[in-house]
Design a protein around this ligand. Structure first.
Ligand code: SF4
Ligand code: SF4
Length: 175
């Protein structure tokens, strides 16, 4: 009995340390695309079908789904692996429970952004898009070469419109 009591206390300590939030799953399920989170029964089909998981042991969509179900808000939202999903929807197509895995992961990324958990690489990409209208900085030589070859200039991105979108999405507040 004493052993059981100690184990229960240890489990409680782990739960406290991980700051389990039982409401987290409802928050995910209330967001468009996150509705099916609860029906995952952890069969692992998503992970075994995932082309990204094939190349890295650190990426396991099934784990992310489970963490979200368990209410591990901060560990899941701060996880860098959340951003490895290529949004190919293979997992969604193959899930026997009809879990919209890819969409649930998108919801988790959106929640991560709203809490300021954005990997540096994505922050830099957003900065580049907002300042140039392109996803990466195009070297000047590229423009010079296009001109020399008689190619038309590259279309310009609308930095003003992007700035408006960024404000609406809350990106600007994260800077
Ligand atoms: S395939 Fe579906 S039910 Fe199976 S672990 Fe992945 S999300 Fe859960
Ligand atoms: S959508 Fe993401 S998690 Fe699903 S199979 Fe594709 S890369 Fe993997």
């Amino acid at each position: 009995m004493a052993k059981e009591g100690r184990e229960a206390r240890e489990t409680l300590d782990v739960v406290k340390a991980l700051r389990v939030d039982p409401n987290f799953k409802y928050e995910v399920m209330e967001s468009p695309g996150g509705e099916t989170l609860k029906v995952c029964f952890q069969c692992g089909t998503c992970t075994s079908s995932c082309p990204v998981a094939r190349f890295t042991h650190s990426y396991r969509p099934r784990h992310l789904i489970r963490m979200a179900q368990l209410g591990l808000r901060n560990p899941v939202l701060s996880s860098d692996t959340l951003w490895l999903c290529a949004a190919c929807f293979t997992c969604t197509d193959r899930c026997p429970q009809g879990v919209e895995v890819s969409s649930v992961l998108r919801v988790l990324r959106n929640l991560a952004v709203s809490k300021g958990f954005i990997p540096e690489a994505y922050k830099r990409m957003v900065e580049t898009i907002l300042s140039t209208g392109y996803a990466y900085r195009i070297p000047k030589i590229r423009f010079t070469k296009r001109e020399a070859l008689g190619l038309p200039p590259l279309p310009k991105g609308s930095v003003e419109n992007l700035s408006k979108i960024s404000k609406i999405m809350g990106f600007s507040e994260e800077e």
